[in-house]
Design a protein around this ligand. Sequence first.
Ligand SMILES: [Zn+2]
Length: 496
Amino acid sequence: MLRYNVIAGGVCLLLVSSVLTLRGEVGPEVKVRLLEDIKFLASDELEGRGVGTNGLNVASQFIKAEFAKSGLAVDRVEGNAFQKFDLVTGSKLGEANALQLIGPEGKTLDLKIGEQVEVCSFAGSGSFQGEIVFCGYGIESKDDLYDDFEGINVEGKVVIVMRRNPRQNDPKNPLGAAHGVSRHADLRTKMNNIVAHKAAAVLFVNDPYAGKKGAETRQEGLSKANEKVAEAAEEYLSIESNETNQEKLKGARLKLTEASNQAKSLREAAKNANDDALMKFGYAGNGDNKSLPPAFHISIKTCNELLAALKTDLASLEAAIDSDLKPKSVVIPGWIAKGAATIEKVRADVANVIGVIDGEGPLANETVIIGAHYDHVGRGGQNSLAPGSSEIHNGADDNASGTVTLLELARRFGKQAQTKKPPRRLVFIAFTGEELGLLGSARYCKEPVFPLDSTIAMMNMDMVGRLKEEKLIVYGTGTSPRWEPELKQFNGENGF
Ligand SMILES: [Zn+2]
């Protein structure tokens, strides 16, 4: 769904410009094969075309075969159609992962990874041992006169850092954000500050405010739902039970049932709610980042066991910082932390699929690229519109629609080239890794098969499956002064 398109064409299969000319009636057989191809690419068998799935490989073979059938050269990338590379798709825990907190009189907390503590996948690997320092929010802001690292040396030590930022109930405070997440609350900003101060490891802990706020919001939702149940019950009871009121009663009963079910599900959710949920391994990015120290996420309960040495707890420290907006960083006496994190990157082999129609004449060395990404989000994850789900995301619109349009254009230009070659080289590219951050197109730009300085235009098709009110949306028309007038002409001629 990442959409940074240069230009998106439509299923109409009419691309008109001075760089590309192809016109033709769309016969019924075209509709049939477009539909067949889209059904195949978006089938469960292709596993949502996620990077790392076999489904994506099957799709790449299919595209190559269709390019070849259309008469495109499929041997221009070192004898093949595949521009291969590998991508980081995730992280996994390696062998050694442990966190031990050793306190006064030998008191030891041996925390169970995945239950009492989580390894932060966005940080680094390595082993460590050191004194423990409570370091507020890990914020260092000279502008805002707030510095959790001021006056305390954390070099070689293990820092406890709260998530988010002080005074969250006042978004206008200098460390907050009017909208969204404060830059100071960003985990990467915190990690950078921690690296700058050379801490050996980090123990993140949730700020108590966030948990309290979550519980309040939940309670408000439940109160509202209960009110609705009461209202619906009153309404139901106010209807006299007689022959003529049967429909009315039925409606009111349905409303009451719905309200009651809603309240019940909120009650269940409240029962299972965890106001101190730890960031699961995999949250906020994939790491084994060599420049970062290991990081863990401990519970507020664990943190408070340590803070007992200072005769305080996390909520009190949070409240103290909130009250005067001054850091409260302090060494926790008598405690040390030791442990190790081992994060391994998970990689997947992927490929852009490239087919070529050679040009003929004085401009034959110039290239026009027609592209569409063929990957999708597999079983969801961060790029899903429903991030919690693990169902196959079939991606018919995004972007089987663009991929089949690419194949259809390859067929048509391929056929045309049998009688007359185009004036310029046409390079058809089905890109991979788009959903993970335009990685396939980035790879092509890094290692272009044909020189970029003689590549005069690129047309990208992403989600061409929606023609609302006979409108075709074309992005990126500002990338060249020629697109707009040509599109206007094209629209006029074709009634768009
Ligand atoms: Zn897309």
